[in-house]
Design a protein. Structure first.
Length: 759
């Protein structure tokens, strides 16, 4: 009886234990379903499906005329599925690995051992090479097909070699506007410039291909595949005009070589809207190969820094300055936006504008410059020894007179002067829509209002003891040009879809009115005198009214022995402004003044850009007489008639051949010739065009150059500084000395002066 009782108790106990375990299991299952359900479901789903990303095509970047500056094109990626090598029979497994490695290495021009290493992994995906072109893709597909169709021991390589669609960024113009456009990384995201700033707009939305797979990860038939198409990114239409960009880059590239400068940067801006038409920072780089240091100077500096022996005390900053990354970042930098400099005498434009606007001066305000002024316990000298003597207001800018600037700044006082310093935008970011917009650092690059003293006032009046960015300066000068409106500069005019339809558009933004239209007109007139007869005469362009101001400053970061910054900023036409131009030459060798170095470059830019934009020339009678005649149509006419027609235009004629009728002429009819120029005519059908050697015009005066051209059988078009001055000298010519050209060819010879052009 006792034994029966014990058995019953044990049975009950066992039942309770089982029930308890069952309840615990139910609780655990419930916990897994609630707390871990998604995780385990995802794990199961991951075993059932292959999920591959489809890269979105990045939006296209266009210039203002819809020329493509950056675009994405279809390419492909080659990958391996390494774990599936185990599915081949063990007897041929190593052979298959060798075939794959050697075949792909030959096609992709890669290291065979590296690819062989990929085949020995156990992962499900291994990228071999991305961004391959169609011809390379076709070679790989043929390689797979040939091995599958070979007569003996065919091998199916398609289960271990895969090809996926991909996209690659192309830049058709290589280095054109490189520091503005920027580039993308291997992941397709923008790394600098507009590519970085507008990355979210450009990159689009990636798609996905979700495919059912079996337990061996083999793809099941197509009915188990779902495709979510990628959405192409929006395109950008820039304010840049590639032709204006070409002009600016061509002129500044040559100047970088000629001046031996460290850097040169420049901007062309629409004065009414703030739209940037051209922006250059040199040295630059190739957008299709951004990690290669393009500049010979930068590359030499990098090699020297990298090869220098390391010091035990070398810190991280010193190490970085020796690295390739540092020099890459130097060439990627858009200095027109990110760099700062002392503006020098260009800033007298701001001083003069404030004085007129506040009624502290008029166009008739007199001043006597003795060569120096004592102010705030300092003696401030004028650049001209002995001074300028008696002056009136426009002479402040025309003569670039420091004591006059200090005097007018004193009339304004520290608080009112600082109001204009702020109003013109020098204490704030410009607001431009790209990366690197310079952030002014109060107390470091310029004095705070609370600490702005009379001594600071004096220095600021002629552009010393503080720093601004080139973009800040041209934006401020554009406000003077457009009637006093400080605009927000911008680079993107609109965004568009893949078909070119407008999605959004940038509207010009007025930040504030800083001057009245009447003040703007007075300052524009004074600035025109700077270029016509003052220190900026090397920016003179015949037929256009250029207004501007030069500047020369010593680099603050290098102390008294530092290099110089030569600059020019202005606009044209002065009587109806359309464009503003700023040129900055950083550490030119030899001549270093803004008037001697930067002004001639600005003149070249104005002449070519205004001509391209179709701005009508407005020649004075004197300019017309000196510069412009049109070659008449002489072909088909008698030699006697040709002589008479040429003579009537005050041109010369050279007849080659013994015939009575003009068969051909050079230059062609309609081309502009200098007054007293020459037309060459041929009178025999079997004529051979005569050629001559271009002489070196460097250092010649205008009359000497004309004489040399005539004696050489050539015409010269005179460009550059005032043609009325006997002190101008040729410094540049459009066709190099020693070249062979057709007799009668027109050579553009540029002139500048060194007399009364100091800042």
């Amino acid at each position: 009886m006792k034994a029966s009782v014990n058995y019953k108790k044990r049975a009950i106990w066992a039942f309770r234990m089982v029930a308890l375990l069952a309840a615990g299991l139910l609780v655990w299952v419930g916990f897994v379903q609630v707390a871990k359900g998604d995780q385990y479901a995802a794990a199961v789903e991951d075993q059932m499906y292959a999920d591959n990303e489809i890269k979105a095509s990045r939006g296209t970047i266009y210039d203002t005329n819809m020329n493509v500056l950056a675009q994405s094109a279809s390419v492909w990626s080659v990958y391996l599925t390494p774990y599936r090598f185990s599915e081949y029979d063990e007897s041929i497994r190593d052979e298959v690995r060798e075939i794959v490695a050697s075949g792909l290495a030959a096609i992709l021009k890669m290291d065979e051992e590296k690819i062989l290493g990929y085949t020995q992994k156990t992962t499900s995906y291994q990228l071999v090479k991305g961004e391959i072109e169609k011809d390379t893709r076709d070679l790989i597909e043929n390689f797979i097909k040939e091995n599958a169709e070979r007569e003996e021991n065919p091998i199916n390589l398609s289960k271990v070699i895969g090809i996926d669609p991909d996209v690659k960024r192309y830049y058709p113009y290589s280095s054109l506007a490189s520091t503005v456009i920027g580039f993308t990384g291997t992941d397709g995201d923008g790394l600098s410039g507009l590519e970085y700033y507008y990355n979210d707009t450009l990159k689009g939305v990636a798609g996905r291909t979700i495919t059912a797979v079996d337990s061996n990860r083999s793809v099941l038939p197509n009915q188990y595949e779902t495709i979510y198409e990628a959405q192409q990114g929006e395109g950008l239409v820039l304010t840049l005009d590639i032709y204006i960009q070409y002009i600016l880059e061509d002129i500044l590239s040559q100047a970088l070589e000629d001046t031996g400068a460290q850097n040169i940067y420049g901007v062309v801006m629409d004065v009414d809207t703030g739209a940037v038409l051209g922006m250059v920072s040199l040295p630059d780089y190739d957008l299709n190969d951004p990690f290669t240091i393009k500049s010979e100077r930068l590359n030499t500096a990098y090699q020297e820094a990298a090869s220098a022996p390391e010091e035990e005390s070398e810190d991280e900053n010193t190490s970085y300055l020796r690295s390739k990354t540092y020099y890459q970042n130097v060439q990627w930098s858009n200095r027109a936006i990110t760099s700062t400099y002392e503006p020098g005498s260009v800033f007298k434009i701001i001083t003069a504008s404030a004085a007129i606007e506040e009624g502290k001066a008029t166009v008739d305000t007199p001043y006597y410059c003795s060569g120096a002024i004592d102010y705030a316990s300092r003696t401030i000298h004028c650049w001209k020894a002995g001074g300028h003597g008696s002056e009136v207001f426009p002479d402040l800018l025309k003569n670039s007179c420091n004591p006059f600037a200090v005097t007018l700044a004193n009339e304004l006082g520290t608080d009112l002067y600082y109001d204009y310093f702020e109003a013109f935008g020098f204490t704030e970011k410009t607001g431009i829509d790209t990366s690197g917009d310079f952030t002014p650092n109060e107390g470091v690059l310029f004095m705070s209002r609370d600490n702005f003293s009379k001594s600071d006032l004096a220095s600021y009046s002629f552009g010393q003891s503080f720093q601004v960015s080139p973009l800040q300066m041209i934006t401020a000068v554009s406000a003077v040009a457009n009637g006093g409106k400080l605009m927000t500069p911008y680079l993107v005019s609109k965004t568009v879809d893949a078909d070119g339809n407008t999605i959004s558009e940038t509207k010009p933004t007025v930040r504030r009115q800083v001057l009245s239209e009447s003040t703007s007109k007075i300052i524009a007139d004074a600035m025109e005198q700077v270029v016509a007869t003052g220190t900026g005469k090397n920016a003179y362009v015949a037929g256009y009214h250029v207004a501007g101001k030069t500047g020369t400053s010593e680099k603050l970061t290098q102390g008294d022995d530092g290099g110089y910054i030569a600059s020019f900023c202005g606009f044209a036409p002065a009587n109806d402004p359309e464009i503003a131009v700023i040129i900055i030459v950083d550490e030119p060798q030899g001549e270093h003044g803004g008037s001697a170095v930067a002004a001639p470059l600005a003149g070249d830019v104005f002449e070519q850009v205004l001509t391209y934009l179709g701005v009508e020339h407005s020649y004075t009678d004197e300019e017309m007489a000196l510069l412009v005649e049109t070659a008449p149509l002489l072909t088909g006419k008698s030699v006697e008639a040709a002589r008479s027609e040429v003579s009537a235009k005050d041109l010369n004629i050279k007849v080659i051949g013994s015939g009575d009728t003009v068969i051909a002429q050079y230059p062609d009819a309609g081309r502009e010739l200098p007054s007293d120029g020459m037309v060459v005519v041929y009178t025999q059908s079997d004529h051979t065009q005569e050629t001559v050697t271009v002489p070196d015009f460097t250092g010649y005066t205008v009359s000497e150059a004309n004489r040399l051209a005539m004696n050489s059988g050539l015409n010269i078009k005179i460009s550059g500084s005032s043609l009325r001055s006997g002190t101008v000298y040729a410094y540049k010519q459009s066709i190099a000395a020693g070249e062979e050209v057709s007799m009668g060819e027109i050579i553009t010879v540029s002139f500048k002066t060194t007399v009364d052009v100091s800042d």
